[in-house]
Design a protein around this ligand. Structure first.
Ligand code: NDP
Ligand code: 2IT
Length: 451
C-alpha cells in the first residue's frame, strides 16, 4: 500500500464519526499523491502526513450564559489549533447549531493550506460553538460572547492564535469578544481580526472574501480569453461572502441573479439589488422573503426544513456559479444541472460547498473549478493585513488594502495554475491549490524538526 493510502486508511479508522473532516482529508491527500510519491522516503521517515492530519491541540469547553428570561443556557465552545509551522494559528469562529468537532476540524485542516496559499505568515486553526445567534437579542449575544471569550482567552493571543469571523460571527460578535478579551487579559492587542474600524479593524476586511473571490474568478476568466462583462452569475448564501461577491461581480459588469438563505432562495432576473439585500440581511437580520416583498422582479422560493435551502439556485442557467453559503450545498445532481445549462466556471466562496463527487463531475465535464482554499482566501489574507497594521499601529487606506488583496488573489491563481502544470495536471486547480499550499508547510515542518 502506498503512503497516502496507508495514512488515509488510518485517518478513516480514527475519525469515523467526523464525515466532514474525512471528506476534507481525502480531497487533500488524494490530490497530493504525485508530490508524496516523488518524496515518499523522506515524508514517510518524517511521518509528515501523520503529523499533518492530527491537530497540534484542540479545546472543547462549556459556555454558560443567561438568556433574557433569566434562564441559564449551556453551549459548547471549540478551538482547534491545527498547524503553526508557518505562523500563529489563524482562522474564524463559526456560530451555528450544526457545529461539532468534526466540522471545526475540517475547517481548521482546510485553513492550513489556504493560509499558506496567501503567501503570508499564518498557520491553520478554527473554532466556534453550537450557539445560534439567530433570533437572540443583542444582550443575549453579548452574554454568550463574553462567556465564550472568558474561556477562549486562555488559549489565544496576537502571536499565538488569532480568531476571526465565519458563519454567524460578524462585526457585532467580534466586538463583544474583543471587549471581553481586553477586560480579562488586561491587554490591548490584535488578538482578533474583523474588528470595527474604530478599534483596530482594517478597511476592506468586510468586503475581502467576496471581493477576493471575484478577483480570482476574473483572473481565471481572463486567462481563458474571457471576461466578467455580461456574464450571468448565480450565487448561493446571503451573508458576508455572498453580499460582497455579488457587489463586486456587478461592479465588473456581470449580472447576479440569485441568492439564498437557510429558509429559501431568490431568483431576480433583473439582477440582485445589493443595497436592498444588505438592508434585509445586515441591518434587519431578516429573511429573504423580505427582499422579495420589497422587489417586484424577485421570485422567492420558500424551502422546508428537510430540503437543502440553496439547491434551487443551481437550476438557474448561468455562466458562472459561486457557492457562498456552507459545506456540501452543491451536490452531484446540481453539478449535472450546471453542466447541462452550459456553466463555464465554479469558484467556491464557502468552505467545501461542493461534494467530492460533484467536483469530479464538474472537472471531467470541462468546468473550470477553483476550490475554496484558493478562491475564498482573500478573507484570511486581509485578516493577516489587519494583523500587520495592528503590529505597526497604523491603518492603511481602503485602496491600499484592496490593491494588496487583488495582488494576492492574482498570485494565488498563477501559483495554483503553475503547481498543477508542474505535476502534469494542467487545469486541475484543486490539485494545484493543495500542492502549492502543502509544499510550503511541508518544508517548514521538516526544517523545524520533530514537533
Ligand atoms: P454568514 O453567516 O454571513 O452567512 C452565511 C449564509 O449562508 C447565510 O445567508 C445563511 O443563511 C446561509 N447558511 C449558513 N448555513 C447554512 C445552512 N446550513 N443551510 C443553508 N444556508 C445556510 O457567513 P459567511 O458569509 O461569513 O460564510 C459563508 C461561507 O463562507 C462559510 O462556508 C464560511 O466558512 C466561508 N468563508 C467565510 C469567510 C469570511 O471572511 N466570512 C472567509 C472564507 C470563507 P441565514 O441568513 O438564514 O443564516
Ligand atoms: O474560512 C475563513 O478563511 C474565514 N472564516 C476567515 C478567517 C480569518 O481569520 O479571517
Amino acid at each position: 500500500m502506498g503512503y497516502v493510502d496507508e495514512v488515509l486508511a488510518k485517518v478513516k479508522e480514527k475519525n469515523a464519526s467526523e464525515p466532514e473532516f474525512l471528506q476534507a482529508a481525502e480531497e487533500v491527500l488524494e490530490s497530493l499523491r504525485p508530490v508524496i510519491d516523488a518524496n515518499e522516503a523522506v515524508y514517510r521517515k518524517e511521518a509528515l502526513l501523520e503529523r499533518l492530519v492530527e491537530p497540534d491541540r484542540q479545546f472543547k469547553f462549556r459556555v454558560p450564559w443567561v438568556d433574557d428570561k433569566g434562564q441559564v443556557q449551556v453551549n459548547i465552545g471549540y478551538r482547534v489549533q491545527f498547524n503553526n509551522s508557518i505562523g500563529p494559528y489563524k482562522g474564524g469562529l463559526r456560530l451555528h447549531p450544526s457545529v461539532n468537532i468534526g466540522i471545526i476540524k475540517f475547517l481548521g485542516f482546510e485553513q492550513i493550506f489556504k493560509n499558506s496559499l496567501t503567501g503570508l505568515p499564518i498557520g491553520g486553526g478554527k473554532g466556534g460553538s453550537d450557539f445560534d445567534p439567530k433570533g437572540k437579542s443583542d444582550r443575549e449575544v453579548m452574554a454568550f460572547c463574553q462567556s465564550f471569550m472568558t474561556e477562549l482567552c486562555k488559549y489565544i493571543g496576537a502571536d499565538v492564535d488569532v480568531p476571526a469571523g465565519d458563519i454567524g460571527t460578524g462585526a457585532r460578535e467580534i466586538g463583544y469578544m474583543f471587549g471581553q478579551y481586553k477586560r480579562v487579559r488586561g491587554m490591548y492587542e490584535g488578538v482578533l481580526t474583523g474588528k470595527g474600524l474604530s478599534y483596530g479593524g482594517s478597511l476592506a476586511r468586510t468586503e475581502a472574501t467576496g471581493y477576493g473571490l471575484l478577483y480570482i474568478t476574473e483572473e481565471l476568466m481572463k486567462c481563458h480569453g474571457e471576461s466578467m462583462e455580461g456574464k450571468t452569475v448565480v450565487v448561493s448564501g446571503a451573508g458576508n461572502v455572498a453580499i460582497y461577491a455579488t457587489q463586486k461581480a456587478q461592479q465588473m459588469g456581470a449580472k447576479v441573479v440569485t441568492c439564498s438563505d437557510s429558509t429559501g432562495w431568490i431568483y431576480d432576473p433583473e439582477g440582485i439589488d445589493v443595497e436592498l439585500l444588505k438592508e434585509v440581511k445586515e441591518v434587519k437580520r431578516a429573511r429573504l422573503s423580505e427582499y422579495a416583498a420589497a422587489r417586484k422582479s424577485a421570485e422567492y422560493h420558500e424551502v422546508s426544513a428537510d430540503q437543502r435551502s440553496g439547491a434551487g439556485v443551481w437550476q438557474i442557467k448561468c455562466d458562472i456559479a459561486l457557492p457562498c453559503a456552507t459545506q456540501n450545498e452543491l451536490l452531484i445532481e446540481d453539478a449535472k444541472q450546471l453542466v447541462a445549462n452550459g456553466c463555464k466556471a465554479v469558484c467556491e466562496g464557502a468552505n467545501m460547498p461542493t461534494s467530492l463527487e460533484a467536483t469530479k463531475y464538474l472537472q471531467e465535464n470541462g468546468v473550470w473549478f477553483i476550490c475554496g482554499k484558493a478562491a475564498n482566501a482573500g478573507g484570511v489574507a486581509t485578516s493577516a493585513l489587519e494583523m500587520s497594521q495592528n503590529s505597526e499601529r497604523l491603518s492603511w487606506t481602503f485602496e491600499e488594502v484592496d490593491a494588496k488583496l487583488q495582488g494576492i488573489m492574482v498570485n494565488i491563481y498563477h501559483n495554483i495554475d503553475d503547481a498543477a502544470k508542474r505535476y502534469g495536471m494542467e487545469g486541475n486547480y484543486v490539485a494545484g491549490a493543495n500542492i502549492a499550499g502543502f509544499e510550503k508547510v511541508a518544508n517548514a515542518m521538516i526544517a523545524q524538526g520533530v514537533c
